[in-house]
Design a binder for this molecule. Structure first.
Ligand SMILES: [Zn+2]
Length: 79
């Protein structure tokens, strides 16, 4: 993962909004959080770009209230 990729992830975690794709610059990015442990709001997050289909998977993170947990993760993403 690139350094910009990491910044992108951090920004999503802090604001709940996907940012520009660090690979192709597209703003067509999206993410989905999946809560595994409801009590402690622990889960994982997938972030992807609809432009180039690159994706990140973040395992074991705390999902804050403002973060999006609905939506559909597209097929054929490149992790
Ligand atoms: Zn992209």
């Amino acid at each position: 993962m690139t350094e910009r990729g990491l910044e992108n992830l951090k920004s999503i975690a802090n604001t709940g909004n996907a940012e520009k794709c660090p690979f192709c610059g597209s703003e067509e990015t999206d993410y989905k959080c999946s809560i595994v442990d409801q009590e402690n709001r622990l889960g994982y997050m997938d972030i992807w770009c609809n432009g180039c289909k690159r994706a990140f998977h973040v395992s074991r993170m705390e999902i804050s209230d403002g973060m999006k947990t609905d939506g559909q993760i597209p097929d054929r993403l490149v992790y």
